[in-house]
Design a binder for this molecule. Sequence first.
Ligand SMILES: [Zn+2]
Length: 97
Amino acid sequence: MSAPSPPRSQPVCESAPKSNPSWIAAYQLDPAQRYCTCCERDLTGNAGRMLELDQRTDTYHDFCDVPEDRSQGWFPFGLTCARKKIAQAKEARKGRP
Ligand SMILES: [Zn+2]
């Protein structure tokens, strides 16, 4: 018996490992990591996203332009928190050269 495949399982970008698709289902995560990095709510079903922690701005996003030595890795988020975090990351970039 195989696990149901998610609707979108391609990695978000080249720099993202294959195990970190832009869209992630709870069952794809290690049970110990099955919660939102932002609000610590349990992730269930199909609603989750992996975002990269950017040391340069201390924000989470999936822009895929973080140099390897400035990336803290990829973390799971609920969809609502992911949207919020990406918006914050965009704000943080405004006014930067
Ligand atoms: Zn959250």
